[in-house]
Write a protein that binds this ligand. Sequence first.
Ligand code: TAP
Length: 475
Amino acid sequence: MRNYLKHYINGEWVESTGNETEDVINPATEEVIGTISLGTKEDLDKAVQAARDAFPSFSQTSKEERIKMLENIAAEYENRKEEIIETITEELGSPKSISENVHYMMGYNHFSQAAESLRDFSFIEDRGGHTVMKDSVGVSGLITPWNFPTNQISTKIASAFAAGSPVVAKPAELTPFAAIILTEIFDKVGVPKGAFNLVNGSGSVIGDGISSHPDIDFVSFTGSGAVGQKIMQNASERIANVALELGGKSPLVVLEDADVEKAARAAVSHIATNSGQVCSAATRVLVPSSMKDSFEEAVKKVLPEFPVGDPQGDNHIGPLVSKKQWDTVQSYIEKGQEEGATLLVGGTGKPEGLDKGYYAKPTVFTDVNNDMVIAQEEIFGPVTCLITYDTVEEAIEISNDVKYGLAGYVFGEDEQTLAKVASSIRAGRVKINDAEADFAAPFGGYKQSGIGREWGDYGIEEYLEVKTVLGYPKL
Ligand code: TAP
């Protein structure tokens, strides 16, 4: 049992001023695996004050000091590797291989990449004989969701630290333990007092408190569009800047000359990895009408490569994070059937033999029309839609006919067509075939997928203000 009843404020673990607690459930066993304190507005005020007090000195630390700090964090993170993997598997239910190769790996890369990006980053530059300086934005409030317990919080903290911005962070109640390990890491490597503060608690108290706090200068949020809107509204009261990383309904365009099996494997992998609880997952697969049958056959063929089951075992798909998320996914599968889409594989209910745990069946709908609810709304589970098209222009039109614009994927051979589709998709990140991820490349969305960019030097820019000084002395 992991009982974490304290918050981390001003370099110390301190008692909560309230008595409320929340149990954390392992979604694979439905058993309680620990408890956290739910912070109060008073706890939050203390954390914000600690960050404010740290601002004058933390914002003036040298680039070299911050690089060293980020490198030390990355090294200590590596020392805690096994514990991080085990913790994420327990609290999120992600299979061990995913906890290691996706969750652990992403957290590590954000800290080491921030150090790397900082090395070449210029906080002062010349513009036509005048000077442009980049200053820390002030105190940052970070609110993160449950689906990537180390990725989102690590990219935000790494960028904030790189920019010299003290932080107040609130992770999701469903998966709070990975953030506690990160806090222990910051404590161990000697992050200056007040530069990092962690207040556990509910979205409605601590999350809302962060977005409306008069002494928080910048809010970075990852999560649902509905909460993103509230955060923007709250921040607008004091004209505070926000970065929002919201949902997606990303297209995967299979071109006529694509390797069908490779594309089908990628399509299934998008809904299998992290049980499809991924904002950038491709959940609309656009297939040429002429390839419909062969693509459907390929989906059925590759599906057994992604077994569902105990995350402690050798499986690729674990449970969904909670009963609530399981219910949401079930209702979308029902909706798809009501709307007239055809179930190619999967459906409602639990996979055979998995009665305990929030397991859902990987589900692929075919004969989907892009206007259907299942093609327009983010389901956040192992569910995808096959949509047919006749021309490349039509594929581009369908790709963009959605309120989101987080990511896009294209499979094919002809370079001109790949380039045309990739450059026409209105999204913040487009991946051609199986191109490798790069942590220096920016991540973020167009349209209702968000505002701002994370990762690498673009991520650091979010935590900076720009000051022009005309006539600055040439020192
Ligand atoms: P959200 O409610 O958006 O939760 C994300 C974070 O915001 C959590 O830390 C949450 O706290 C906090 N929060 C909740 N209400 C808040 C408020 N009024 N002010 C400030 N912060 C607040 O997401 P969810 O309910 O967990 O998931 C709902 C749906 O959102 C999912 O089905 C999925 O479609 C989408 N989602 C998207 C993403 C990404 S990466 N785009 C991630 C997660 C979920 P607590 O949860 O601790 O209360």
